[in-house]
Write a protein that binds this ligand. Sequence first.
Ligand code: DQA
Length: 159
Amino acid sequence: MKVTVIQGPNLNMLGLREQNIYGPMKLEDIHEQMEVFAKQANLEIEFFQSNLEGEIVDKIQECMGDSDGIILNAAAFTHTSIAIADAIRAVQIPTIEVHISNIYAREEYRHKSMIAPYAAGQITGFGPFSYHLAMVAMSQILTELHSMQQAQAATDEQK
Ligand code: DQA
């Protein structure tokens, strides 16, 4: 099964950007750790980062028929983008929303997520470890989905 990790604006600057909030880890290092987990969990994984809202919408649409799960940190677009929220609704792929910082402990304009209502769940505030927690949760979701699909296939065969 395949998971696509989508990273929004300014996350390419992790390690350089506001280290007091986001820590010293670079995006490549986070992705490397996720890749290790994916291998252990027998998951295929793809990474995508863009600073452009439309490119993120395109990537979410491309996941249809290609990916079984999406891990999404839409960064600042989380709080503003109806287009990204609509794309998540449209593709109907289990999506986990991730944030490095605790968005509820920050400025009020970060307390609202347009994506959260359509996500399987939200992980926020654990630093780069948020991504690891998202991988654990996604692996569980996909295992459950897989066994449900197998049970359904077995029932269909009996008909
Ligand atoms: C963020 C939180 C957002 O509010 C912010 O705009 C980001 C990063 C996080 O991972 O903590 O760019 O999504």
